[in-house]
Design a protein around this ligand. Structure first.
Ligand SMILES: [Cu+2]
Length: 171
């Protein structure tokens, strides 16, 4: 071996070691990042009150809060608790008066559903185990269709509900 060969060999070995260290660091970062997302996606960590590790807990919460009824929460505000389940929204028909500010509490008891009220910006994913909240003020009377915009199986296209905005009675 010439002195040149030895110097080359030593330098190649240093590079190889540096590479091995890089790979170990990258694998460690990947492992940590994966664990972080797995824990969050599977709800093992509860970060806010709206998240539950048990999907049925969210269902019970909505059920306990009068699913199917429009609850008056103020002079001009209403709350509706609504559950998506393949393939219907419960309640399926919601009556609110014109000009009412309505807060929707939305969850799902099986798979992901898309809670969309046509003709409004209301668009929220109904997630099992999570109660999502969205507010909207209905300024005109008429029938607004609630559709599911997240494919959820065979009868997804027929998962249609209604928000019926009634004219205010003369005072
Ligand atoms: Cu759907």
């Amino acid at each position: 071996m010439t002195p040149f060969d030895e110097a080359f060999h030593a330098s190649a070995e240093r590079h190889e070691r540096a590479f091995i260290v890089c790979v170990i660091v990258m694998m460690a970062l990947l492992t940590v990042a994966t664990m972080f997302y797995v824990v969050h996606d599977f709800g093992l960590v509860t970060t806010t009150q709206s998240f539950h590790s048990d999907p049925t807990a969210a269902e019970r919460e909505v059920a306990a809060a009068d699913t199917g009824r429009v609850v008056k929460t103020g002079p001009n505000s209403y709350a509706v608790h609504i559950t998506g389940k393949a393939w219907r929204w419960t309640p399926g028909v919601i009556h609110v008066p014109e000009g009412a500010e309505v807060t929707f509490y939305v969850t799902s008891s099986d798979v992901l559903h898309g809670f969309e009220i046509q003709g409004t910006p209301v668009n929220l994913t109904a997630v099992p185990g999570v109660v999502g909240t969205v507010k909207y003020t209905f300024h005109r009377t008429g029938v607004f269709r609630i559709i599911c915009n997240e494919y959820c199986g065979m009868v997804h296209h027929a998962m249609i509900g209604q928000v019926i905005v009634d004219a205010r009675a003369a005072e």
